[in-house]
Design a protein around this ligand. Sequence first.
Ligand SMILES: [Zn+2]
Length: 312
Amino acid sequence: MKLTQDYPKIFLYHRFCEPGSTIWGGISQDEFEWHIERVTEKYEVICFAEFLLRKQRQASTRNCAIITVDDGYRDFYQYAYPVLKKSSVPATLFVTSDFIQQRIWLWPDKLKYIVQQLQSGRYSFEFNHDCFEINTLDNASRLASWMRLSNTCIRLPLTKREMLIKSLSESMGIEVPRFPSKDYEACNWNELREMQMNRIEIGSHTLTHPVLSMIPVDEMLKELNDSKVEIEQMLNGQVSTFCYPHGGENDINDAVVKATAEAGYRGAVHGNPPREWNPFLVPRMGADDDRKEFIWRLCGMEYVTARIKALL
Ligand SMILES: [Zn+2]
């Protein structure tokens, strides 16, 4: 613990569900409550904006933890926010503003919707000379099939990605509704306003959730600037923090980081391993229902192993 007390324990969540149930890539309310109990036993929980402020003032961030949540799904409001509110624990929610505005689906959800609607069985789907095997015989195979499709889509330019999703929808005979269905919907602005009054910081996660390093510069600037302006207008407050969509090694480059700083944000998070301190490349650790893994990360062991690896 002492070895890593200067490293921020920043956790990343996406989706939540009701107590005792499971969700792909998400965590149930009771497990989340267990996380919050463990975090608050040992750490001071602050929001990301507060963390950046302390760094800027060279104040101590020792033994601080940060809860961050990406995208802005309504299940955060339904299941996680009540847990945080009950214990008066702050968090930072990064929202994709066109999603909140109910203008778009997040594209991985379209794929998930199709895969989840399929009857149990084995299917094959061809796109651009690539053949995808889709197995929906059990939940794990369904999840693996969705991830294969998602991993292909993430590397495609927007128009190609949409073509793939359309083609999958047609060949599987599953029509994707125009707006996200109940399981995939976003918080609305009123819910965000209420949460903002109760220690939830709202940061930006772009307009449409693109891979910023893959889109033209003018679009990248629009994603950074317009989302900030829209959230600020709708919530009548300042948006000072940002989260890179997808956030992997290749999803961000120097131009994206520079443009994020120039857009007026004070810092940004991603999902890569820690490097030297840069407020626009702040690392986070995933959190799911693996309790052992969570405690490992909570103790800062990820940082210890990263430091050891760097020495090798
Ligand atoms: Zn996201």
